[in-house]
Ligand binder design. Structure first.
Ligand code: AHR
Length: 504
């Protein structure tokens, strides 16, 4: 059995955890909206057509912010199609996912759903097939009090008070040639800057996110980001990052080290932002919005996003079934976000329901938690307050993709009352890891909760018929004595330990 150690000291801080780190994403894609959050006629559906069983799971998941309506979908979306009487709304071809969009759910419905779910929307505007004017009109519709064409249209639709939507993405993955209306960095940078200026004139309170690189394998990775920032630096608040992880060509050890990839991507893009800041002699720091991240087995034909022939409504797309191993990886990716809490202000687990999602539904049937639901829900509930700087000493696992990586992936947070949450992943596939943590300076005295997600079969999954097959179980054997926490992590596992101050 190998040994690892680290020290937790409340003086060593990364920064305050922005609650928006626990965001997610609802795209008009596959069955995320239709048969996902919305299914009139379902036994649990309210009068508005939203499934209340799904709403309950969304609340339990602890999602704070939800990005909408895309994704690739937004780049050929006309937002005006989704307002007014539903019977009058057009059916449109969605070119991104080769589907038909019925427009039954649009802006007003999604705002109502966000309120029911107690989440803040993060709205994306179409800078692919459309541009400044459509973005400005949409913002006027949502946030202007009244007395203008679009705000009065909102009032006529029943919303007398403005929606006050604060967070806005200026397009989606505009560097990708798969995107409708794909642009060069210069074309996009100019358009994003001018759109941002117009949007701030409509509502000076908006927070704006420019599109960074779609992933770190893009040929233009980092140079796209630098060029876009040259145009938008003074106009935007955040730059976006996206990343999806899978065991490419069966390389499981590298997959288990995905958080190293996320760490490096965040640090590379933060450095790129700071390079532009230095060049421009600016006092402003651009922060990061990791607004799409997850495990996604896009090499599997069934998960790749091809709806086949025709333009179906709500086809089964990207319905990735997650294993215990995927949950461990998702747990470690959350650790990476916490380690960079000083720079990453927003992050969205992509997506929320049915499409590469923590929540699955069957039409007319149950909703259930995928394996990845669990580390997210526990991290969102307890990974709040201040992220602590943790520097573990650990044995090494060799990976083809990232080289040697520590077997222990760990992050920790401290709440105002001195309670500490430790999130620890043993990346080793076969060896348990004994961890000793020096917690003397924080005053931690008792272990109040110890949960472990580990399965002897790392490919075990949750299904409609067996929804509780993979869950975090109560851990055993954690000892906190004389300011030292000692615990053994099973191989390929994610654990959470909550420590409370006081008398042991
Ligand atoms: O989340 C699925 C898709 O992945 C999104 O639509 C797109 O932005 C990304 O490429």
């Amino acid at each position: 059995m190998a040994d690892a150690s680290f020290t937790l000291d409340p003086a060593y801080q990364v920064g305050t955890v922005d609650p928006r780190l626990y965001g997610s994403f609802v795209e008009h894609l596959g069955r995320c909206v239709y048969e996902g959050i919305y299914e009139p006629g379902h036994p649990t559906a309210g009068a508005d057509g939203f499934r209340t069983d799904v709403l309950e799971l969304v609340r339990e998941l602890g999602v704070t912010t939800v990005r909408y309506p895309g994704g690739n979908f937004v780049s050929n979306y006309r937002w005006e199609d989704g307002i007014g009487p539903v019977a009058d709304r057009p059916r449109r071809l969605d070119l991104a996912w080769h589907s038909t969009e019925p427009n039954t759910v649009g802006t007003d419905e999604f705002v109502a759903w966000c309120r029911a779910a107690s989440v803040e929307p993060l709205w994306t505007v179409n800078l692919g097939s459309r541009g400044m004017q459509a973005a400005q009109d949409l913002l006027e519709y949502c946030n202007h009090p009244g007395g203008s064409e679009w705000s009065d249209r909102r009032i006529a639709c029943g919303a007398t008070e403005p929606y006050g939507i604060r967070l806005w993405c200026l397009g989606n993955e505009m560097d990708g040639d798969w995107q409708v209306g794909h642009k060069t960095a210069t074309e996009y940078g100019r358009l994003a800057a001018e759109t941002a200026k117009a949007m701030r004139l409509v509502d000076p309170n908006v927070e704006l996110i420019a599109c960074g690189s779609s992933h770190d394998g893009m040929d233009t990775f980092a140079s796209w980001d630098a060029e876009v920032l040259e145009h938008t630096y003074d106009q935007v608040d955040h730059l976006s990052l996206h990343a999806y992880y899978a065991p490419r060509d069966g390389d499981v050890d590298s997959y288990l080290a995905s958080a190293v990839g996320m760490d490096r991507q965040i640090e590379a893009i933060a450095a790129t932002c700071d390079h532009v800041r230095a060049r421009r002699k600016s006092a402003k720091t651009i922060t990061l919005s990791f607004d799409e991240w997850n495990a996604w087995y896009s090499e599997n034909p069934a998960d790749a996003g091809d709806p086949g022939e025709g333009y179906p409504v709500a086809p089964h797309l990207l319905e990735n079934v997650y294993s215990a191993m995927d949950a461990v990886v998702v747990g470690s990716l959350l650790n990476s976000l916490l380690r960079h809490a000083d720079r990453v202000r927003i992050a969205c687990l992509a997506q929320l329901v049915n499409v590469i999602a923590p929540i699955m539904t069957r039409a007319g049937g149950p909703a259930w938690r995928q394996t990845i639901f669990h580390p997210f829900a526990l991290a969102s509930r307890y990974g709040r307050g201040t992220a602590l700087r943790v520097e573990p000493t650990a044995p090494v696992v060799h990976t083809d993709r990232y080289g040697p990586v520590p077997a222990l992936d760990v992050a920790a947070t401290r709440g105002d009352g001195g309670e500490v949450a430790v999130f620890a992943v043993n990346r080793h596939r076969y060896e348990p890891l004994t961890v000793t943590a020096d917690v003397r300076t924080g005053g931690a005295a008792t272990v109040v909760e110890h949960r472990v997600l580990h399965e002897d079969d790392p490919y075990a999954v949750n299904t409609a018929d067996e929804p509780e097959r993979v869950v975090p179980r109560t851990g055993a054997g954690a000892v906190l004595a004389d300011g030292r926490l000692r615990v053994t992590l099973p191989p390929l596992s994610w654990s959470m330990l909550r420590l409370a101050p006081g008398t042991p």
